[in-house]
Design a protein around this ligand. Structure first.
Ligand SMILES: [Zn+2]
Length: 391
């Protein structure tokens, strides 16, 4: 039997289990303890009632929450877009075409260079409390380059997404139908064994609704489950398509009609909001309040990518969501943990209750509210992933 460890003297423990503590969605327990055995949580509750364990860690009156679940990132890339960001901050608008810069650099990189980049960003994210992450291909846009990105990603996470339909490959820019044919046949066949999800950038300048439906439907037939980049830069069919195809998540959701909001609220498709993108492109914020009030499930993620959101920091996204998107601190913390898990259709992460993975973040603060109250401050004091302390 593996040894057991209690983390005790926790001032405020976010469990995301409404049957615990204050019975809010966060299931907040005061003066709490968590018991870990092997890679799982086996007990949560008040410190005074904790069972005997082999080891003891004193949280010293600080807050503990589930490790962040970052359900949307693009970490298989090479190259740098500092100058594009610099120019944009001097007044030039963001367009989908900037992706081509990264495609050229990514194709030119070796497997080792791609993996070194991924490893670096994952270490960065872990130090900021992220214990589960999804990541995508999408900067290769050939069968060989897309499938190798997915093979590299699959060595580091189970949540791998095939995004061959990020933009039309530059060499087929004047024949998008031929590129859709490639993505749905040879490229899909090569990529499906290495991925769990299939994604499309459904947007003007990328793929329209009919193309997106064809790509996602082909992916479903190969056993991949859909998620969609939807309604980021303009109104469009992405959100409705996500709901129609039972996508796990519609990502961005910045430009929504009332019908889009109603469709999300009446479905199990999660609205994943990515405020790092609006921050880094000086774009209009998504309206989280409108989605939550309508009854939609909202996730918060980083969209970490070199073009439009080069942050790996979930705490930064929580602070933006509270300041500019109408979320309460409790809602933002829920969305970055349990919400991210819902967007990946997982119930073994994003919560701290018996049976869940022992993925925990200890803050150098008495409450999870400090993630928004103290923006930009490195509050993460400890991270356990699968029961092992990593930070
Ligand atoms: Zn994205």
């Amino acid at each position: 039997m593996s040894s057991s460890t209690v983390i005790t003297n926790i001032a405020a423990l976010v469990t995301n289990d409404p049957s615990l503590g204050d019975h809010s969605p966060l299931g907040l327990v005061r003066d709490a303890a968590v018991v870990i055995e092997g890679d799982r949580v086996v007990w949560t509750g008040e410190s005074s009632k904790a069972p005997a364990t082999d080891n003891r860690v004193d949280a010293d009156g600080r807050a503990v929450l589930p490790g962040f679940v970052d359900s949307h990132s693009h970490l298989l890339f090479a190259g740098d877009r500092t100058e594009e960001f610099n120019a944009r901050m001097s007044g030039r608008p963001y367009s989908a075409g900037g992706i081509r810069t990264t495609v050229a650099a990514t194709r030119a990189a070796s497997d080792a260079e791609l993996e070194a980049g991924l490893t670096r960003y994952l270490a960065e994210a872990l130090r900021q409390g992220t214990t589960t992450f999804e990541t995508k291909s999408g900067y290769g846009l050939t069968t060989a380059d897309e499938s190798r990105a997915l093979r590299v990603a699959a060595r580091h996470t189970d949540e791998v997404t095939f995004l061959g339909a990020h933009i039309v490959a530059p060499e087929l820019a004047d024949d998008p139908a031929a590129y859709v044919d490639l993505v749905t046949s040879e490229m899909l066949d090569a990529c499906a064994p290495h991925a769990r999800w299939i994604d499309v950038f459904c947007e003007k300048g990328a793929f329209d609704g009919d193309q997106a439906r064809a790509i996602l439907t082909a992916g479903k037939a190969k056993g991949l489950h859909p998620r969609i980049h939807a309604n980021q830069l303009s109104h469009g069919p992405g959100v409705q398509l996500a709901v129609e195809l039972d996508a796990a998540s519609a990502d961005h959701c910045t430009h929504l009609t009332d019908a889009d909001v109603d469709a999300l609220a009446g479905s199990r498709t999660v609205a994943t909001l990515l405020p790092g993108a609006e921050f880094s492109t000086r774009a209009q914020w998504p309206d989280a309040r409108r989605l939550i009030d309508a009854g939609a499930t909202v996730a918060l993620s980083t969209d970490c990518n070199p073009g439009s959101s080069f942050t790996s920091s979930v705490p930064f996204c929580i602070a933006l969501a509270v300041r500019d998107m109408g979320m309460t601190p409790d809602e933002a913390v829920w969305s970055a943990t349990a919400g991210g898990a819902a967007a990946l259709r997982r119930d073994d992460v994003g919560r701290l209750a018996p049976g869940a993975y022992a993925d925990l973040t200890l803050l150098d603060a008495p409450s999870h509210v400090h993630l928004a109250y103290r923006p930009g401050v490195p509050l993460v004091a400890g991270v356990w992933r699968r029961g092992v302390r990593r930070v």
